[in-house]
Every structure is written in structure tokens, then in C-alpha cells.
Ligand binder design. Structure first.
Ligand code: ADE
Ligand code: ZN
Length: 366
């Protein structure tokens, strides 16, 4: 007989879908330093201290600066492949939908098809080696892009259609680019058959900068299929109830905030979960915030006192909220359910201790 499964191993082995990850925030620091040296880009600090900042805006600056180190298709392929490897090894992610911001990379001469094709090549290698499927979401950082650049991105996408690129997203600081500024691009994307999402009501924005009505604008005007973050929405219980009724998916990450905000954000995630919202836990910017999918899950479960029932709900919510076609979703849901049943049967019922190590070897079941 094999030993029962510890709760930490159980949480790492729960099958997951990653729907909130920015490739620019998921590059290993050592890789970034190597690519910067190869491409003649000067980074402000060495690898060990590169991923450090004081606040959200400092983080965004490092994110954009680091991204300038990637120039050639092989650079994008490496970043994407290593990202998939990390998702697999540190949290058993089975499917990922990954943001990439073309405008972060074009200033150094990379073109949209070079960026997209490089990423696609790396993701395909990741799927072959680790069995993780993936898609891409082209994203606009509203802190540095104008609405006209969102239209430009749609033109690039139309000129170079790729099956793997299935939607658009909006990130950066909400206070400089409220949702309605992006109406035309989001409507055009809808007409082009693209899925749509947007970062909204992130709790690094004051309530007046990222107010609950932005959720309504994203959903009703921009036609978003799902939303990213959403914490400030808790200020409007009626809206929370509506989003729960409509089962609009919210993707969120507990660790991708400055340390003093992590416990408050985890508490907001708990309240949103208890309100019946369809939540999917992601990593956002895992290498930049020194986290992994497994670590993110374990820290939320430890802080919120959650158990296997919550794990099952969150795991399957990832499948529901994904932008896969119905047949792929059904197959993935069946795979997840079988796996969750096996994990439940193997779990040590007496163990609820949680190891908060960032990286743990992926355990084996049985
Ligand atoms: N870009 C990368 N991570 C982000 C976040 N959490 N919020 C806004 N923009 C981002
Ligand atoms: Zn994000």
C-alpha cells in the first residue's frame, strides 16, 4: 500500500487551468539576463535583485523594461517553453491561456508575427514535452498604449491570424485607461470573433480609480467574456450578486501584489468565493513575484482554511472559464473529475498542514 497523500502534495497535484499569466511577468530572471546580454540590452540591476520594486507602478516599469530584452522568435520560444515547464512542474497546470503584449516588444524591432510565432513554437514544445495545452491572448497595457494602438494590434492580428491567438486583454493601471476608452477596439474584436477580457477593479487602484461600475462597463459595453481581478467590486454587493448569478468568470492571483496587500487580497478572494462567483486562481506574474501556481494555491488555501471541496470547485471552474471549444472542455472536465476523485481517495484525511515553499518537486500519485 502506498502512503496517504499529504495535503500539500494533494494541492500541488490538483489539475489546474491557468487563465491569468502575463508572459512578460513569467520569464525566469536568469533567462532574462542571458537574453539581455545576447541582444545587447542593458538591464538596471543583476538577476538576483532585478525583480524588486516598491509599488505596483515600479513593478510595471520593471516588467516593461525586462520585456525589451526579447527580440527574436527564439527568445519568445524560450520564454514560452520555460513558462509551460514551470506551470507543469510547480502546480500541475494542464491548460493555459497566456497574455502577451505585442507593444512591449515591437520598439526593439520584433514584429507581431515574429512575436506570436516564437511564442507559439515554445508553447507547442511545452505541450509535446509536458502535455500542457495553451492559447494566447494579445494584450494592451493601457499605461503605455493609446486606444489607436489597440486598433493597430487588431490589424496585426487580422493580417497574421493564428489559431492559437484567441482573444484580447487589457492590463496596466486602470486609473489611466478606464474601460470605456477601449470601447471601439473591444467591439471590433467581438465582431472579429475574438474572446475578450480586461483587468478591472484591481485592489492596487483606489475605489475611485477602479470602481465597481467598471465591471458593468466591461461586461455590458465591452462585451467581456470573463474578467481579471475584480476585488474592488466587493463595494457593490448588488453587482457581486449579479456576477454570481451570471457566473461571469473572474481570474485572480493572490501573490501578485505588494506584500502588505496579500492578506487583504486573500480575504477578498474568500469573500468573492463565498458570494458564489466563478473564480479561477492564476499566477499573474509568477517569476517577478517569486511564486508558482502550486505556491499560490497553497498560500490561499492555508490563509482561507480551505479543503478538498474548494479545490474541486476551483479546479473545475478553470475548465468552465477557459476559452476552449465545448468538446475540449468536456474532455478536460472528465479528465479533471477522474483525477480529483483519485486524489480525494488518496488524501490523508488527518493532514491539513500546508507547506509554503515556492517550489516543490511535483509529487507522484500512487
Ligand atoms: N501587467 C502584469 N500584471 C499586471 C497586473 N496585475 N495588473 C495590471 N497589469 C499587469
Ligand atoms: Zn494580470
Amino acid at each position: 500500500m502506498t502512503a496517504p497523500l499529504s495535503f500539500s502534495d494533494y494541492l500541488d497535484l490538483v489539475p489546474k487551468v491557468e487563465l491569468h499569466l502575463h508572459i512578460a511577468g513569467a520569464i525566469r530572471a536568469t533567462t532574462l539576463v542571458e537574453l539581455a546580454a545576447k541582444n545587447g540590452v542593458r538591464l538596471p540591476r543583476p538577476a538576483e535583485t532585478l525583480y524588486q520594486w516598491q509599488d505596483f507602478y515600479g513593478f510595471l516599469e520593471v516588467l516593461r523594461l525586462g520585456a525589451l530584452s526579447l527580440r527574436h522568435p527564439a527568445d519568445f520560444a524560450r520564454a514560452a517553453y520555460e513558462c509551460v515547464e514551470d506551470l507543469h512542474r510547480h502546480g500541475n497546470v494542464r491548460h493555459a491561456e497566456i497574455f502577451f503584449n505585442p507593444h512591449y516588444f515591437t520598439p526593439n524591432g520584433a514584429t507581431y508575427p515574429e512575436i506570436a510565432d516564437g511564442l507559439i513554437e515554445g508553447l507547442a514544445r511545452g505541450e509535446r514535452e509536458f502535455g500542457v495545452s495553451s492559447r494566447l491572448i494579445a494584450c494592451i497595457d493601457r499605461s503605455v498604449c493609446l486606444p489607436s494602438e489597440a486598433l493597430q494590434m487588431l490589424e496585426w492580428m487580422a493580417a497574421h491570424p493564428r489559431e492559437a491567438v484567441i482573444g484580447i486583454g487589457l492590463d496596466g493601471a486602470e486609473r489611466v485607461g478606464p474601460p470605456l476608452a477601449w470601447l471601439e477596439a473591444w467591439r471590433r474584436a467581438g465582431r472579429a470573433g475574438l474572446f475578450r477580457t480586461a483587468h478591472v477593479c484591481e485592489d492596487n487602484q483606489a475605489l475611485f480609480e477602479g470602481p465597481p461600475e467598471h465591471v458593468t462597463h466591461c461586461r455590458d459595453a465591452l462585451g467581456c467574456d470573463r474578467l481579471d481581478h475584480g476585488y474592488n467590486m466587493l463595494a457593490d454587493p448588488g453587482l457581486v450578486a449579479r456576477m454570481a448569478r451570471e457566473q461571469v468568470p473572474f481570474t485572480m492571483a493572490c501573490w501578485s501584489s505588494i506584500p502588505p496587500n496579500r492578506a487583504p487580497r486573500r480575504e477578498r478572494i474568500r469573500r468573492m468565493h463565498e458570494a458564489g462567483l466563478l473564480l479561477v486562481l492564476g499566477t499573474d506574474d509568477p517569476t517577478m513575484f517569486h511564486t508558482t501556481m502550486g505556491h499560490g494555491w497553497r498560500s490561499v488555501f492555508a490563509g482561507n482554511g480551505w479543503g478538498p471541496a474548494e479545490a474541486r470547485r476551483l479546479s473545475l471552474a478553470g475548465v468552465t472559464a477557459s476559452w476552449l471549444p465545448a468538446d475540449r472542455k468536456a474532455a478536460l472536465a472528465a479528465e479533471f473529475t477522474a483525477r480529483l476523485d483519485a486524489l480525494d481517495a488518496a488524501l490523508d484525511p488527518a493532514d491539513r498542514a500546508i507547506d509554503l515553499a515556492v517550489e516543490r518537486p511535483l509529487p507522484r500519485l500512487g
